[in-house]
Design a protein around this ligand. Structure first.
Ligand code: GDP
Ligand code: MG
Length: 200
């Protein structure tokens, strides 16, 4: 099946921006919303990168953005975002966990990292899969993250990278070192493509 890459992360880190940048058609439907973090749908785009067809999946957000976002309780919004993320992860070959290099690592990032780490399939043995499902909730049973890469987005220039707290705090996530990227400048994306090239 077609190699699928999904973008996950808390709102406003730049998932949709990266999705757009990596999609062939810059004018695709995953428009960056004016309201931070509230992407309307899970968006998919089939694109060709380095000659391979890839499916990119942008996640997070409320399916149908209400005119008045206050109609949704924060917990409901969170639940909806979680549902979408979970769905995207089900069929992802590669998960890109996006952080904000300027803001550093937040409590929300840690929360998400903790969950992602729990579903990271270290080895595919039957025994391990069984163990992972025993520890699962209804929501994340049978969901396994095959491969995860951390992206520290908004690294638009060297100063931001130097000033970023990311490298001091990222070990707390226990998911390896991040790749610094900039959706706006395109920096770091070639390195990301090289990693994807090795994986596909
Ligand atoms: P999402 O909620 O994770 O999908 O984030 P968006 O893609 O909607 O971006 C949230 C905000 O961050 C928008 O105002 C973007 O313009 C901004 N943003 C995204 N990527 C970058 C980047 O590489 N550099 C800077 N400076 N801002 C970015
Ligand atoms: Mg978005």
């Amino acid at each position: 099946d077609i190699y699928t890459i999904s973008f996950v992360g808390r709102p406003n880190v730049g998932k949709s921006s990266l999705f757009n940048k990596l999609s062939e058609d810059g004018m695709n439907k995953a428009l960056t919303d004016r309201m931070p973090g509230l992407t309307r749908d899970r968006k998919e785009q089939i694109t060709t990168i380095l000659g391979y067809p890839l499916r990119l999946v942008d996640t997070a957000g409320v399916e149908k953005l209400p005119k008045d976002p206050h109609r949704f309780k924060p917990t409901q919004i969170k639940q909806k975002m979680m549902d979408q993320t979970v769905q995207a992860l089900i069929y992802s070959d590669l998960t890109l966990f996006v952080l904000d290099a300027r803001q550093g690592i937040t409590a929300r990032d840690k929360e998400l990292a903790k969950w992602l780490k729990r579903r990271l399939l270290q080895d595919k043995s039957e025994e391990n899969v069984k163990k992972m499902n025993e520890n699962a909730t209804d929501l994340d049973k049978d969901i396994f993250i095959k491969k995860l890469i951390l992206l520290a987005n908004k690294a638009d220039n060297e100063t931001i990278i130097e000033d970023s707290n990311i490298m001091n705090d990222v070990y707390k996530l226990g998911l390896g070192d991040p790749l610094f990227v900039s959706a706006h400048q395109g920096d770091g994306l070639i390195d990301l493509l090289r990693i994807i090239d090795d994986e596909v």
